[in-house]
Structures are given as structure tokens and as C-alpha cells.
Ligand binder design. Structure first.
Ligand SMILES: Cc1cc2nc3c(=O)[nH]c(=O)nc-3n(C[C@H](O)[C@H](O)[C@H](O)COP(=O)(O)O)c2cc1C
Ligand code: SF4
Length: 487
């Protein structure tokens, strides 16, 4: 599809027209015509499951920062972001942002690290969030705050020069090539994996002592936890069978329960995926990437390097193993799960549907609403199969002004338990809170998926919404970003 054929949602003013557009596209996304307010709002209804109480159905999805200190403590931009998480009115803060369990596992040189020397800074993030939340919501009752624990695996860039230092679990026929890995590049040994598992235990212990309610053992977006799940070709204890590919999760969970007994555990999962995509060379020019197409896979069937991917037709997802994985979460008595998809590195249109690609991406190969529907539908299916789990949904930002209408409908129809927002949090954190409380949604603050919050950090600048958040206007960071985009 040509991106010119995609209707820009900012030009659609009425919800009826948006519903009509959804029908014309043939995608199934629920969308209410009217927003309910106050006590009638499904967005503001509390959720009680066992001993877990969440005060409303608004969740903030994790948004990685590139603005901590080189030794992993939060900086001033990080604190501001967490204040804004608090101002969102959301009662579920899913992870805040990816926090590395050790220095080498960072995805960027300014990512947060959880360690003894970062305790104070992490405690401060939690404190400022709660302070701001109380101002907006009146109290912190029902506020659940997690920390997302991560090791970036294949996508480690821990040091100040920002060069890639991948830690891989198996040789990947496409991704190794993209990272220029030589034939003898080492894979992490089972012994090294056990060391990383201990880091997760230590990190969880610190999170618990700092008062976080839960940790997310990250299993998404191509990072280490996710890579375990696709380790079909890995030998040893952590590869091959599904039991081996989930051993990392089970050992992390077992250790956390022993070392931090009161801490809840959640998992963010890329439940579906595809083979990596790239810009179509036939339709690309220097500095102007064409639409995304899947990498050639004829020689790679059955495709053995994915999780949630159809092995015979790997440009398509397959939820079967995702279903098994959620079954395992139930067995492990993990009730918090956040459903996401794909990876920002190799199929961003699957992971974060957008009209405008980041500088190193490709034009959308489909209407981004198709990408939204893919995640919303998969989440619905998983929720229906596992009604006892608390399921958080993802990929709502592209819905723009109609985000509140869709979020409300998805909750009302029990397709999901809480609606998580990612990019919209950087642009307009209170969008759902405003809508559910009967305030006018501020059209001018609505994220239009310009992708600057991805382009900036990929070029060493702090993450944030440069086009819409006045904080960046005229700043040195904004000037640098403009120069980068020009070239
Ligand atoms: C700048 C940026 C940083 C992100 N950082 C994280 C992260 O640290 N952990 C994570 O699980 N997802 C991360 N994501 C993905 C988002 O949580 C979310 O899944 C994605 O943006 C799609 O949701 P949305 O449509 O609401 O933006 C990030 C996305 C962006 C744009
Ligand atoms: S930079 Fe702002 S408008 Fe663009 S995708 Fe990010 S949050 Fe949305």
C-alpha cells in the first residue's frame, strides 16, 4: 500500500467518520460513539483480582529513557518524565521504563541501571510520581507501580561511545547479518546466562526494598528475555524445547520469590511477531526509505528463529506458543501480563504502528490501523482464553483523537483489563484521564506518530516528544534533532 493512500487520522473530525473508515478498511477495532464520564466510565472502574487492586483501567506502558547518567542514575529529564507518568492519572504504571540489571545489559549509554549506587535515584523516581499522582487523583490508593527489569541482549549499547556490544543466545540468519557479526561471534554460555539470572534476582530485591509493587521480567521487543523464547536452535539447558526456552523465566521467578517474597511479578510479552522487515530497495532512494517488505525467507523454511511467528509463512504471526506461554504464567501464579508485539528494531510497523517512520525505518507497508487491530485482536483472544489474568493492552497511540473511544469500548467489551499507552504518554499523558473525567481532549497535544521520540535517541539525544511537548521547543536538543533530520 502506498502511504499516500492512508488517511491521516488528524483530518477525521467525527467519531462516526472514523467508525466508517474502520469498516471501509475491514479492520475490527471496537469504538464507542460516546465517552462516558465519572462513575459510569469503564476507564475509571477499579479492578480487584485476589489481593491486587488497581484503582482504574489506565496504564502507562514502559517508555525507555536515554537521559540517565553514564553510570545509570536518573537525570533531570528522567525525573520530569516520571512526574508526567504521575500526572496521567493512571493507576497502573507498568514498568515506567526499561531498567538494566547490569551495566553491559543496557540498550543505550544513558539507560537506567538497578544497582546499589542507583538506589537513591530510583527511589526518587517513585516518590515524584506518587507526589504528582496524588495532586491529580486525590490519593495514591489503588496505585500500582512496577519497574521493568531488562537485559538488552542482541541490542546492548552500554558504553559512552554508543557502539553495539551484542550478547546473543543463538546465531540468527538475518539479525546477525544486520549486526555484522563474524562467523565466530560467541553466544552466551549457560553459565553466563545463570549470572544474568542472578542479576535479575538482585535487581528485584532492590526494587522490593525501594517499595515498588512489582517487577516486569521483560520478554519483548527482541531483547534478551524475548530472545530466549525464539532459541529453537540453541543447544543446552536454555534452548530447543519450549520448556527449555522458558527456563530463564522460571529460574528468574523462582529466585525473586525466594529473595523478595512480597514483590509481585509481571511479564511483558511480544506475543506475536514476524520475520524482520526492511525498506523495499526497488522503492527506496538515499535518505528516503521505501515501504517495508519482509526479508526473503524461501531458504529459511521452516522458520526456526522466531516466537509467535508462523514457521511456514513467517511474514505472518501465530499465537499458538503465546497461548502456551500464558498458560505457564498461570501455572507460575503470575497474574500481571502486558501484551505487545514484534520489535522496534526489525518490524516497527508491527510493534508501534506509525504513519511517519523513524529515521532508520521504512514507510508503513499497511495502514497503521491494521497494526493496531493486530495487537488489539491478539490481546482479545488471549484475554478470552485466560480470563483470570490481568491483561494490559498495547498499541493504542495511533488511534489519536479516537483513543478514548476505542479504549472505553475494549474495556466495556472485556477485551482487555487495562489500556496501556506508550507514545501518547510523551505527548499528552492525561488524554484518557481528561476524557473519562468529562474534559475536552486537547486536539493539539495528540500524538500524530511523527516518530521523533524514536529518531532522537537513535541519534544519541534524550527521548521525548519534540514536536508537541513545549519542554523541548527551542532547546539545544531540538536544534540538534532538526539538523539530524535534515541530513
Ligand atoms: C521512545 C520509546 C521508548 C520505549 N521504551 C520501551 C521500554 O523501555 N520498554 C518496553 O517494553 N517498551 C518500550 N516502548 C514500547 C512502548 O511501550 C509501546 O509498546 C509502543 O510504543 C506501542 O504503544 P503505543 O502505540 O501506545 O505507543 C518504547 C516505545 C518508544 C516509542
Ligand atoms: S515524537 Fe511525539 S508526536 Fe511523535 S511519535 Fe513521539 S510522542 Fe508521538
Amino acid at each position: 500500500m502506498s502511504s499516500a493512500a492512508i488517511v491521516r487520522l488528524g483530518t477525521i473530525k467525527e467519531v462516526a467518520r472514523f467508525q466508517e473508515y474502520l469498516r471501509a478498511l475491514g479492520v475490527s477495532i471496537p469504538c464507542d460513539s460516546e465517552i462516558q464520564h465519572g462513575d459510569d466510565s469503564p476507564l475509571l472502574a477499579a479492578l480487584q483480582r485476589g489481593d491486587l487492586r488497581i484503582g482504574n483501567r489506565i496504564a502507562i506502558n514502559p517508555m525507555e529513557g536515554w537521559d540517565g547518567t553514564l553510570d545509570g542514575r536518573p537525570g533531570e529529564h528522567t525525573l520530569r518524565r516520571w512526574r508526567r507518568f504521575g500526572q496521567s492519572g493512571a493507576k497502573l504504571i507498568w514498568g515506567g521504563e526499561a531498567v538494566a540489571v547490569r551495566h553491559e545489559g543496557r540498550a543505550n549509554p544513558n539507560q537506567l541501571v538497578i544497582a546499589e549506587h542507583t538506589r537513591e535515584g530510583l527511589a526518587q523516581l517513585r516518590a515524584v510520581l506518587i507526589e504528582e499522582h496524588k495532586k491529580v487523583a486525590g490519593s495514591d490508593q489503588g496505585l500500582l507501580i512496577g519497574l521493568q527489569l531488562t537485559h538488552s541482549g542482541r541490542y546492548c549499547r552500554p558504553n559512552a561511545d554508543g557502539h553495539p556490544e551484542p550478547r546473543i543466545l543463538y546465531r540468527h540468519p538475518i539479525l546477525d547479518r544486520r549486526l555484522n557479526l563474524p562467523a565466530d561471534y560467541p553466544v552466551l554460555s549457560d553459565g553466563e546466562v545463570r549470572g544474568i539470572i542472578e542479576d535479575f534476582h538482585r535487581g528485584a530485591r532492590v526494587a522490593w526494598e525501594l517499595g515498588f509493587d512489582f517487577v516486569d521480567v521483560k520478554h519483548c521487543h527482541g531483547y534478551l528475555g524475548h530472545e530466549f523464547l525464539s532459541g529453537h536452535t540453541r543447544e543446552g539447558n536454555y534452548g530447543g524445547s519450549l520448556a527449555n526456552r522458558t527456563r530463564f523465566l522460571r529460574e528468574v521467578v523462582e529466585g525473586i520469590r525466594a529473595i523478595a517474597p512480597g514483590l509481585k511479578i509481571g511479564v511483558r510479552l511480544s506475543a506475536l511477531d514476524t520475520i524482520p522487515f526492511r525498506p523495499d530497495p526497488a522503492k527506496s532512494a538515499p535518505g528516503k526509505p521505501g515501504p517495508g517488505i519482509p526479508e526473503e525467507y524461501e531458504q529459511l523454511i521452516p522458520y526456526r528463529w522466531g516466537f509467535g511467528v508462523n514457521e511456514q509463512s513467517p511474514a505472518e504471526p501465530d499465537l499458538a506458543e503465546g497461548v502456551q506461554f500464558l498458560g505457564l504464567l498461570e501455572e507460575l501464579q503470575i497474574s500481571l501480563v502486558n501484551i505487545t508485539a514484534g520489535s522496534p528494531y526489525y518490524n516497527p510497523h508491527v510493534q508501534r504502528p506509525a504513519l511517519y517512520p523513524p529515521s532508520d525505518g521504512y514507510l508503513p507497508p499497511e495502514d497503521p490501523l491494521v497494526g493496531v487491530a493486530r495487537q488489539v485482536q491478539a490481546t482479545r483472544e488471549l484475554k478470552q482464553r485466560f480470563p483470570k489474568l490481568i491483561v494490559v493492552g498495547t498499541a493504542y497511540t495511533y488511534l489519536q483523537d479516537f483513543l478514548p473511544h476505542v479504549a472505553q469500548a475494549a474495556l466495556r467489551e472485556a477485551w482487555v483489563d487495562a489500556v496501556g499507552i506508550g507514545r501518547m504518554t510523551l505527548a499528552y499523558p492525561q488524554i484518557l484521564w481528561d476524557a473519562a473525567n468529562g474534559r475536552t481532549v486537547e486536539h493539539k497535544r495528540v500524538c500524530r506518530t511523527f516518530s521523533d521520540c524514536t529518531t532522537a535517541p537513535r541519534n544519541g539525544l534524550p527521548s521525548g516528544c519534540y514536536p508537541l511537548d513545549g519542554y523541548y521547543k527551542g532547546s539545544e536538543m531540538a536544534v540538534k534533532l532538526a539538523a539530524i533530520k535534515k541530513h
